[in-house]
Design a binder for this molecule. Structure first.
Ligand SMILES: C[S@@+](CC[C@H](N)C(=O)[O-])C[C@H]1O[C@@H](n2cnc3c(N)ncnc32)[C@H](O)[C@@H]1O
Length: 279
């Protein structure tokens, strides 16, 4: 594949503290992410089947991470933009040298940006793909509004996000030890649906699927979350996880869920598809 690769890294992102922490965590995880990303790969590949597969138009991957899925996008567009909050993730995605893997000419651009405020012109994107980014955005309505702005009439959206019920077993184990917030708050699916509903020009469809994963022990789960960069918790008061005794108590509480497959962790994924009205 031949093609032009341009890298546009806009460093100045006015972000509140949590957004900065999220960017920092994912940046630190850019090398460890992929081997730990079994859920992310399953979910994104399932979501990709919902995107019209023709080599037409401008595709945006919003919250692209290290871009492991990007070679597949050659079958879905003739112009491609990858956007992420984290410069580290974006650099990882850009280092794949997409242009050398794909046969059709493909214009490729990498943009460091917050999903709420994208440096893209109105109505410039035909297909918006975004997998497992939205749960990191405190105000999903702002992301949906921005999606509507950049999407061309007749454009398509395929997004996935984690919703309430995700890591319920871990949350319950923590709750048996103390009242602190140790894992991220995932919005109820109904709140995400309502946020999408605040955008009038897009026809939405929603489907919730549970992806159960299994771990040998709670430490493996915690290590995986860290390797993914998914260990930021909005509003966490203290780390509270340092003592060996604490971990032993947590492990014992979580172990009550053990099955023959190991320790289950449920991931509740909301799959969101949208079509922007043609006029
Ligand atoms: C769990 S990773 C998913 C990466 C990739 N989409 C995948 O499926 O493997 C979430 C990504 O979203 C990015 N992200 C989080 N909040 C964002 C925001 N407000 N704007 C843009 N990107 C964001 C993170 O930096 C991270 O790379």
């Amino acid at each position: 594949m031949t093609g032009t690769m341009t890298a546009t890294l806009t460093a100045a992102i006015a972000a509140p503290e949590f957004i900065r922490q999220v960017a920092h965590s994912f940046g630190k995880a850019c090398d460890s992410y992929l081997p730990a990303a079994r859920l992310q790969q399953q979910v994104a590949l399932d979501a990709l089947t919902l995107l019209p597969a023709d080599k037409q138009g401008h595709l945006l991957d919003l919250g692209c991470g290290p871009g492991w899925i990007h070679p597949r996008f050659a079958a879905y567009c003739n112009q491609f933009t990858a956007a992420d909050l984290s410069a580290g993730m974006l650099a990882k995605a850009a280092s794949q040298q997409l242009a050398s893997h794909i046969a059709t000419p493909l214009t490729t651009t990498y943009v460091q940006a917050d999903a709420r405020q994208l440096p893209l012109p109105a109505q410039s994107v035909d297909k918006l793909f975004s997998s497992l980014m939205l749960q990191w955005c405190p105000k999903p309505a702002a992301v949906f509004a921005e999606a509507e702005r950049i999407l061309a009439p007749g454009g398509r959206i395929v997004m996935t996000t984690l919703v309430d019920g995700t890591l319920a077993e871990l949350k319950q184990a923590f709750a048996s030890l103390d009242q602190q917030q140790h894992i991220n708050h995932f919005l109820p699916a109904a709140d995400v649906v309502a946020a999408a509903g605040s955008v009038s020009n897009i026809r939405w469809q929603f489907e919730q699927r549970c992806y159960p994963l299994f771990y040998t022990d709670v430490v493996s789960l915690a290590r995986e979350l860290k390797a993914l960069g998914a260990n930021q918790v909005a509003g966490r008061q203290s780390r509270g996880l340092t003592g060996k005794g604490y971990w032993q108590q947590l492990a014992a509480a979580y172990d009550l869920n053990r099955t023959t497959l190991g320790l289950p962790a449920s991931y509740q994924v909301l799959i969101i598809t949208g079509y922007k009205n043609a006029s």
